[in-house]
Design a protein around this ligand. Structure first.
Ligand code: FAD
Length: 633
């Protein structure tokens, strides 16, 4: 086999799949190295894709030409739009996935991708030379040490580096149930000058479907008009199935409380830091003692599987305690276990060592993406994998790097947060992390990112033409709604009254009438007895309606984004001496010196930086002859 590749990707998880596909689709000879190829694209935990904040990431991955959204559509067994009672900025899509089909389909896509080769084995070392990275050492399945060479390497090792699994008093090495941990890689990264952290995450037990009495639970069906993730013409092909809702109760909580000392979390055995937002059931019972019950969603793992995933009850209590507390839950009196819940501790890197391209600042050609950067979740991993793979490919072709800002994407928000703030617990995406979320909606991810995906060579001509037609229809629709006037009349006002809307006293454009909260796009078209100039599908209708309805707010955000861009333009010289800036605390001087922000905007996002500190910085920069910046803060 050829030993030299333009890009090498280490790890076949959600980050690794996107990284390898992006690089190969851009035309780079790409090698994907993974410990067990039959586990490529495995869903280690919940059998679902998307969710609040995460759905936005999946749409962005798709808009840029990644695979996750398409794969989720073809293998989804229940689709739901979340937060539909809240504003459009925070609505997100989620689907229940057939986890077997999800992994199998992705493995098929990888197998059929020209320019992409997969080799099984464990990467033991990353090799370097004077220019940066140069290759890897891989111990293959037969125990033979192989050498592969590349100047662009993407590490996506997930939860595997020195992974340690805990269930009650039992501890074993492993990155995920039934799979070995990766032993040499984190030592190698440390030797290459990287700072490592130790984090942990947990998963619930898996239960056997036939032993559960679903009649005692609340049935939860998906949406009737399911929203797909992909902007390409995918289809929902698998049968759609329900989930079930049940609750813990005081008896469940009492059993957990009595056995807390047997939880490795509470006995002090687990040293890694877990996610606050996704607590184990032990944590929920301790931290929210006033709550008499906690929700549990029972989700099917796959259509042809007897396994049920009880979402909301991740635990690492001993097996017999898991059995006891679960059997106190309605519907689970006779429940049988397919696998017990466990927690995993693993090494990850401090992401503040990375630049916006996910390349290590001090080691050219080494990119890291996914859970290894301190995040949690398939979507966060896949989005980083895509960006890391793109930049590894661009580097191989000596092309300009690809960077996304927080004003144009959730992906940009995540990378910016990671590289400036670092992590103190596994990082997951929330809509609240994006300051411009009304502009960064799911529905307009293609308007924001599709042209970039096309320029990178990841979106094909057919998909791009479809995108251009959609954009044209939205622009024509906006112009039409602004121009077309609705005159007051008896019919119009009685129509408005039926919608609970006040009468029209003077002529108004359809766009103005549409700004009323109780009036929708279809309503204004019906009242004016007109049609849009170009026929549009329901997704395009939705985008058009939001863009017109919230035009005012979107304009305000655009102003704020311009302001931020101005801050971005104010550069801070390299190796800037913060010790000389009067009015900065020693702690902030140390933090800024360590982080070395390139612009004022980057400095503003470092945790603990106050407006007063920024003013001191601006004042100092101005004194030293930097461009006038009065207008920016
Ligand atoms: P992974 O999916 O972990 O993939 C890593 C890949 O790297 C694997 O293919 C592995 O074989 C390969 N690899 C590692 N080291 C080497 C090496 N040296 N050589 C070759 N290949 C290597 N996410 C949530 O959002 N919510 C949760 O509640 C949640 N709970 C979890 C519980 C558990 C027990 C686990 C294990 C994970 C959990 N996750 C959860 C996290 C979720 O699984 C990950 O976020 C996601 O899978 C990360 O994707 P990734 O591509 O970064 O890594």
């Amino acid at each position: 086999m050829k030993q030299k590749f333009e890009v090498i990707v280490i790890g076949g998880g959600h980050a690794g799949c996107e990284a390898a596909l992006a690089s190969a689709r851009m035309g780079c000879s790409t090698l994907l190295l993974t410990m067990n190829h039959s586990k490529t694209a495995e869903m280690s935990c919940n059998p679902s894709i998307g969710g609040v904040g995460k759905g936005q990431l999946v749409k962005e991955i798709d808009a840029l030409g990644g695979e996750m959204g398409k794969n989720a559509d073809y293998t989804g067994i229940q689709f739901k739009r979340l937060n539909t009672r809240k504003g459009s900025a925070v609505q997100s899509s989620r689907c229940q996935s057939d986890k077997k089909q999800y992994a199998l389909r992705m493995q098929g896509i990888i197998a059929s991708q020209p320019g992409l080769v997969v080799v099984e084995g464990e990467v033991k070392a990353i090799l370097t030379d004077a220019q940066g990275v140069s290759g890897v050492h891989l111990l293959d399945k037969e125990g033979i040490l192989l050498e592969f060479f590349s100047k662009s390497i993407v590490v996506t090792a997930g939860t595997f580096m020195r992974g340690l699994m805990h269930c009650g008093g039992e501890t074993s090495k492993g990155g995920r149930f039934g799979e070995n941990s990766s032993q040499g890689l984190s030592d190698c990264l440390r030797d290459l000058g990287m700072t490592l952290l130790r984090l942990k995450t947990g998963t619930p037990p898996r239960l056997l479907r036939h032993s559960i009495d679903f009649s005692q639970m609340e049935r939860q069906d998906g949406d009737e008009n399911a929203h797909r993730f992909s902007f390409s013409p995918t289809e929902i092909v698998l049968p759609q199935v329900p989930c079930f809702l049940t609750y813990t109760n005081p008896e469940t909580h009492a059993i957990i409380r009595e056995n807390l000392s047997r939880s490795p979390l509470y006995s002090g055995k687990i040293k890694g830091i877990g996610p606050r937002y996704c607590p184990s059931i032990e944590d929920k019972v301790v931290k929210f003692p006033e709550k008499p019950r906690h929700q549990l969603f029972f989700e099917p793992e796959a259509l042809d599987s007897d396994w049920i995933y009880p979402n909301g009850i991740s635990t690492s209590l001993p097996a017999e305690v898991q059995e006891a507390f679960l059997r106190s839950v309605p519907g689970c009196e006779r429940v049988e276990f397919a696998r017990y819940g466990y927690a995993v501790e693993y090494d990850c890197i401090d992401p503040r060592q990375l630049g916006h391209t996910l390349e290590v600042k001090h080691l050219p050609g080494l990119f890291l993406a996914g859970q290894v950067n301190g995040t949690s979740g398939y979507e966060e991993a896949a989005a980083q994998g895509l960006l890391g793979g793109i930049n590894a490919g661009l580097r191989a072709f000596s092309r300009e790097p690809f960077v996304l800002s927080r004003t144009e994407s959730y992906l940009g928000v995540m990378i910016d947060d990671l590289i400036h703030q670092g992590v103190s617990e596994p990082y997951r995406m929330f809509t609240s992390r994006a300051e411009f979320r009304l502009s960064l909606r799911e529905d307009n991810a293609d308007l924001r990112l599709r042209p970039m995906g096309r320029a990178l060579g990841l979106v094909d001509a057919e998909d791009f033409t479809r995108f251009e037609r959609r954009k044209e229809a939205i622009d024509a629709g906006k112009a039409f709604l602004r121009k077309k006037i609705l005159k007051p009349s008896e019919a119009v006002n009685s129509g408005l009254a039926e919608m609970g809307s006040s009468p029209l006293n003077a002529p108004q454009s359809l766009a103005q009438v549409l700004k009323r909260p109780e009036v929708g796009l279809e309503d204004v078209l019906r009242l004016s007895q007109t049609e849009l100039p170009l026929a549009i599908d329901k997704e395009t209708c939705e985008t058009l309606e939001i863009e017109v309805k919230f035009e005012g707010y979107i304009e305000i955000q655009r102003g704020q984004i311009d302001q931020l861009k101005k801050m971005q333009e104010l550069t801070i010289p390299a190796a800037f001496e913060y010790a000389r800036v009067a009015g900065l605390s020693n702690e902030l001087r140390e933090k800024l010196g360590r982080t070395q922000p390139k612009t004022l905007a980057e400095a503003a996002r470092i945790s603990g930086i106050t407006p007063a500190a920024l003013t001191a910085l601006v004042f100092h920069l101005r004194q030293k002859g930097h461009p006038p910046v009065n207008s920016v803060i």
